[in-house]
Design a binder for this molecule. Structure first.
Ligand code: HAM
Length: 428
């Protein structure tokens, strides 16, 4: 295959140096806030035993049915590239017996996820999530706190035009009744539903409720909503989540059709959507999942969490703030050589400056001194060190302040200390 034919795989993206500004802002803001809210970082493998997702994410979900990258791994084993992080975190928590040390744990993760979806703007086959899971408490205040945390991350990266949508989908006690009701009403109206929803009737009928298709929306518009069917405990829990959000000053919209596409949810579900993103507008999805730990072989421990979609959030940031500024990596000191003979001295000095804790660089392309100075300007160097034949002979260097043009001649072996002090501002 000719080299020009090798391209990135559909649904994957490169992030080039000039695009890192927003990524870094998001990753740093999320890690800072996650830790401020008491979450400890966890890293789990990029692939897991396929059963984990079949069981955890759920057999009836579109993710498990259609979107997993599954690979035979010999000896009848099968592994899958993680389509989401929640089952992995719970598996790791149980495998490390964290519940025996202290049942209540707050864990966060950042990493790539893989879903074989139809690629489009904001929907990728490899994407990245920043997620939190609070394990071991059914306090509704914790549900509210996770929403507050997601909102804080979005605010921290400068987003304004997003909304929180909230619903409760009840528990294993009250949901079956609602499910049967919906199934009974939709029975006989199959022809009015889209193909996906027709198959959902059997597998996961409640997903019909949040189908985006216009005709499906019309059909479900007449249905009653899950919140009418909540048992007393679930209704009380939902009330307390709402009052927690009110107390925290977080505005939200109740969306009784919000179901979410993962099987494990119980009670609270929520999404954060950005107003300018069109069809794929969710920048965060989450909710409570009180049965998953037990389903995966652990004790009954209620949990709540969310995942922020990094690429979707980046699109939201670009839509509100414009494209990220393309900034060449800056350097504090650029070392300029006036001829080939000075290059070795430049090389030595650059290393010494770096060892001294300064960012420093030099030319490796045989440019003229004039064009090296241009590169120094482009890299926003604060100081240049100029080394020519005279300097080499005298064991000196010339230091030039790129802001005001002042120059000093300094013994070569004192140049690092001199520049460290200049950059501290003690010489200005
Ligand atoms: P999710 O709603 O499937 O939830 O994904 C969370 C976010 O990841 C979405 O809101 C979206 O921004 C992003 N995302 C999902 N699929 C793609 C894709 N194909 N391309 C780009 N971005 C995507 C979960 O994954 C749950 N594990 C969240 C959770 C944690 N619930 C409880 N704890």
């Amino acid at each position: 295959m000719a080299q020009e034919d090798i391209r990135s795989v559909q649904g994957t993206e490169d992030v080039l140096p000039g695009q890192w500004t927003y990524w870094r802002r998001l990753y740093e803001a999320a890690a800072r806030l996650f830790e401020r809210y008491g979450y400890g970082r966890i890293r789990t493998p990029v692939f897991e035993d396929t059963h984990l997702f079949e069981k955890g994410t759920g057999e009836t979900t579109e993710i498990v049915q259609k979107q997993m990258y599954t690979i035979p791994a010999g000896d009848g084993e099968s592994i899958t590239l993680c389509p989401e992080g929640t089952p992995s975190v719970i598996r790791a928590y149980l495998e490390a017996n964290l519940h025996k040390q202290e049942a209540f744990q707050k864990l966060y993760y950042v990493g790539p996820m893989f879903r074989h979806e139809r690629p489009q703007k904001g929907r990728l086959r490899q994407f990245h999530q920043l997620g939190v899971e609070a394990i071991g408490s059914d306090s509704p205040l914790l549900d509210a706190e996770t929403i507050l945390l997601a909102v804080s991350v979005f605010r921290e990266v400068g987003l304004k035009d997003f909304d929180v949508f909230l619903n409760s989908i009840g528990c294993s006690k009250c949901r079956p009744q609602f499910r049967e009701e919906v199934r009974a009403i939709l029975h006989g109206r199959e022809d009015e539903l889209c193909e996906d929803c027709r198959s959902r009737l059997e597998r996961n009928v409640l997903r019909v409720l949040d189908c985006k298709n216009e005709k499906c929306r019309e059909v479900v518009a007449v249905l009653s909503v899950m919140t009418d069917y909540l048992c007393d405990e679930c209704a009380a829990h939902y009330d307390q989540v709402r009052s927690g959000l009110d107390r925290a000053g977080i505005s939200y919209e109740e969306d009784p059709r919000l179901v979410r596409g993962l099987d494990y949810y119980t009670r609270t579900v929520y999404e954060v959507k950005h107003r300018w993103l069109g069809a794929r507008d969710a920048i965060c999805g989450g909710g409570r999942y009180d049965d998953l730990v037990e389903l995966l072989g652990g004790p009954p421990l209620p949990c709540v969490g969310f995942a922020i979609g990094a690429e979707s959030t980046l699109l939201a940031m670009e839509s509100e703030q414009g494209p990220p500024p393309e900034i060449a990596p800056s350097v504090a000191v650029y070392v300029v050589s006036f001829d080939d003979a000075a290059q070795a001295d430049c090389f030595e000095l650059v290393q010494a400056l770096r060892d001294g804790g300064l960012s420093a660089d030099m030319d490796y392309e045989g440019r003229s001194a004039k064009s090296q100075m241009r590169v120094a300007n482009r890299r926003r160097a604060q100081f240049c060190v100029l080394i020519g034949p005279d300097e080499v002979e005298r064991g000196e260097v010339t230091v030039k302040d790129m802001v005001d043009g002042r120059q000093w001649t300094v013994p070569k072996d004192r140049a690092v200390a001199w520049l460290v002090r200049l950059l501290d501002g003690t010489h200005r």
